[in-house]
Design a protein around this ligand. Sequence first.
Ligand SMILES: [Zn+2]
Ligand SMILES: [Zn+2]
Length: 317
Amino acid sequence: MSEIPFKGEIRRDYLTGSDVIFTLSRDTRPRDFRNDESLYGNKTDCQFEYGKESFNTTIKTVGKPWKLRLMYNKYPIVNSGVESFLENGFLKKYSNYGKSYVVVDTPNHLMKFHEIDNADLYEWFKLLIEGEKMMYEDKKIKHVYVFKNSGSISGGSIYHQHTQIIGLPFILPVIKQDLLIIKENHNKCIIEDAIKIDKERILIEDKYALAFSPFGSRFKGMSIITVKRHINHITKLNDAEILSIINMLKEILKRNEKIFGAHSYNIMFHEMKSSPELHLYLEITPRFSNIGSMELSGVFMNSLRPEVYVKKFRDAV
Ligand SMILES: [Zn+2]
Ligand SMILES: [Zn+2]
């Protein structure tokens, strides 16, 4: 009897209560990085180049020739498939229903993200919003997660700058944690309180948005960008706010490179359509090492106090 092909699934880890995505064939995806930060990947092998469009199914392109490409991920974290939930008492598992999109941020293989034109990054942000809206049209998608892994230590596998939009059948634990923290803060917005408390740790501020390094930053040089209006997800942002976010994002990445040299980083969007109490923010986390047993146990170690980082940031103009 032949075995039924595995289509991927999500299992609940009974030890921690975490959902674990068992994926399909991600081990076979191309890898630029072999623990070498200076390795930029082979442009001729790169599937994000002009002329390689047939490798991934395109959803939409922007510009002619394209400057931005929204496409289906060839190596999806979650698959569009049949939704099902199986529960056998102790053991819970459900299908990895969902959608995995990739945005190719630039056609230029070696371009750093913060070197992309503001006008093109504005289009990039609009494309993320469009991708997110498309995903939320599917009512089975509970949470859309937008993130960037840049560099070998970030968890990224390809050098060429790209952003991921993942439509999940569950809400990310980090968002559940955000909601719990708000509850503990007597249902007051934690970000608005944080802005007051972290005044001395503000990196950049303008009329619409601000960036600061949080008091208890888990990582060296960590920062967050948020808007002054209470908004719970990116589809509600206006143009002025989008432009402010882009300016700040570029400035942070540029100055971080001045301070720390070339390094890996993650950008994570904290947002949730069905939770109006959440205040949207982007987290920018420079990555200098892999996480170890302490971090896997939920405790972080940081060798640079945010106050010192803020000073370095201001000096790095
Ligand atoms: Zn490339
Ligand atoms: Zn708020």
